[in-house]
Design a binder for this molecule. Structure first.
Ligand code: GRF
Length: 189
């Protein structure tokens, strides 16, 4: 199976997937990492691991649709079986989503259906929740609402702010996402 990972920044989830895939001998390989931002730090990691990279800079397109089309063209050049969004911070249009529906995953830093959208950790703390977490789901046209693959929960502790909570959730993301992607490429999810 050919996996392409989309990133926008640090790419720590992408790193975790690349390392698990190699270490555990999945029936898959990460064949490309694509970013919408030229300065995404994750690109250097991918290049240092011999993984093809591409940048489709959303700032250079006049419309969202033109960006989505250029992104799809770059992705299709890598012929993925599975598209993995990992810290990818663009909302993708319906045409793009339909093109990859059923073979596109995302990780969202909340226990969906709670807290779709942004600033999830701050909102969970403000709501007085006892726990927070992350969700791996298939991407559909409805933002952050696709069929769920896996979730992991962490406690919200007294004195937590959004940074301490985000750090605790990120540890779980780096465990959960590789497990979820492996289950999908092995046909178990
Ligand atoms: C993570 O919190 C993830 O849940 C969200 O983007 C953040 C950054 O991820 N999707 P990464 O370090 O760029 O993988």
């Amino acid at each position: 199976k050919r996996i392409v990972i989309l990133i926008s920044g640090r790419g720590s989830n992408m790193e975790a997937i690349v390392q698990a895939c190699a270490a555990e001998g999945w029936p898959a390989q990460v064949v490309g990492v694509v970013s919408n931002r030229p300065e995404a730090a994750g690109l250097a990691f991918a290049q240092s691991h011999g993984i093809a990279t591409a940048v489709v800079d959303h700032k250079t397109f006049a419309s969202r649709d033109e960006f989505d089309a250029a992104l799809a063209a770059a992705i299709d050049g890598l012929a993925p079986d599975l598209l993995v969004l990992a810290g990818f911070m663009r909302i993708l249009g319906a045409a793009f989503v339909q093109r990859y529906e059923g073979r596109m995953l995302n990780i969202h830093p909340s226990l969906l259906p709670a807290f779709p959208g942004l600033h999830t950790h701050r909102r969970a703390i403000e709501a007085g929740c006892a726990e927070a977490g992350c969700t791996v789901h298939y991407v559909t046209a409805e933002l952050d609402h696709g069929p769920m693959v896996a979730q992991a929960a962490v406690p919200i502790l007294p004195g937590d702010d959004e940074h301490s909570l985000a750090a605790r959730v990120l540890v779980e993301e780096h465990r959960l996402y590789p497990q979820a992607v492996r289950a999908v490429v092995e046909g178990r999810a």
